[in-house]
Design a binder for this molecule. Sequence first.
Ligand code: AMP
Ligand code: ZN
Length: 464
Amino acid sequence: MDLALYNTLTKTKEVFKPINENEVKIYSCGPTVYKNATIGNMRTNIFQDILRRVLKYNGYCLRHAMNITDVGHLVSDGDEGEDKMLKSAKEEKKTPMEIANYYTQLFFNDLKDLNIETPEIICKATEHIEEMLEYVKELIENGYAYETSTAIYFDVSKLDKYPILTNVDVQNQKAGARVEVDKEKKNPYDFALWIKAPKNHLMKWDSPWGESYPGWHIECSSMGQKYLGEQFDIHTGGIDLIPTHHENEIAQSKGKCGKIPARYWLHGEYLLIDGGKMSKSLGNVYLVKDIKEKGYDPIVYKLFSYSCHYRNKLNFTWEGIEAAGKSLERLRNCYQTNLKGADDLTFEDKKTLEAIEERFHQAINDDLNMPLAMSAVWEVARFEKKNIEVAKLLTKFDTVLGIKIDENNNKKQELPEDILKIVEERKIARGNKDFQKSDELRDELLKKGYTVKDTKNEMIIEKI
Ligand code: AMP
Ligand code: ZN
């Protein structure tokens, strides 16, 4: 079955054909590790995880690289403002390295909580200074870069076309369109490849141009090339990266080897909070930690995100999380019920399940259409007959969903003390075959908002 992906480069949904038949090479722009990752950042990571899982479902092996930006990302995303790492280090009275290590660890904890797979290659910018320097030197040799008193700039006028991903008319916007910070720039859209460090700057390296540090865009170009080659299959990131970061990565690669680095460019849309932007001043910047603190399994957020296609804006509400929490519980219970189910499946039943599986595959292969894929998942979950084959199909779907469908709600769910006490009492009553007491305790649990299902080996407690 063909896999179709929307390519920002061509602005069409295209049938995916990798360069090598079996191995797909992907580069994802990773986090700038200067602050906590928000659930917005995590939406982009969930989208990238789905892409990985869908490719694997289609039989591909992956070579996926993701960078950690620990230097060079300036506050403005362009060439203006302070380095985000340095700003944060000053605010938190720590060294940039301490900041980077701390937030990198938190980032990977979040990925683990959300059951997001770690890419095969994780590369830190500060560990690739040599490669970046070589890249910049080649751009100068090829005539695409020039030195000013403050930086080495990429000369966009040397390209046959700039920009490529967006339709900005650079020529007609020249006059006064952008705030000029460096009068030595030849064109307003020229961007910094390497920045000369002011005195007392903390993160700097020796270079042919004195003590200096890399620009943000050169990091991804040189690490992408190092680990995946001059041209690879897929490049991903959030939608905000299109007009500056990804445009400039393409420019750099064309200047160095004449190639657009990736054949397919995939971008995830933004997460909104209560219909608007997440912002500190509104007090609505949420982290994975906040979801956990409200008592939800963080995977609930992942399931919540499947209610929306990755190319559409998703609106976060706590009501939405509550509903997704119930759905996760239902799906996991349904898996457990089927695992122990003893209904026979007829030939017709098997055909019906095969047809649903086909619909699931079609949905994920249609540009990762998770809302449609979820409708197939629910068809299986509502399947009348309970049988281990149904459970197996749910596990197969879970290789894409990554919601740990085989996790037992009771093991995960932390029941309040008073409920646990009643459950324990009821276990004893049942052990003593005191069914009257056992029924009374079940009613008590019901009054407190918990249903009880007795199976051969266990008692399944569910919050209503
Ligand atoms: P930042 O740490 O704000 O630079 O964000 C890192 C990356 O996470 C951005 O480049 C975006 O691609 C992504 N991102 C940030 N905020 C959101 C959001 N609200 N929804 C989805 N992705 C986001
Ligand atoms: Zn990048």
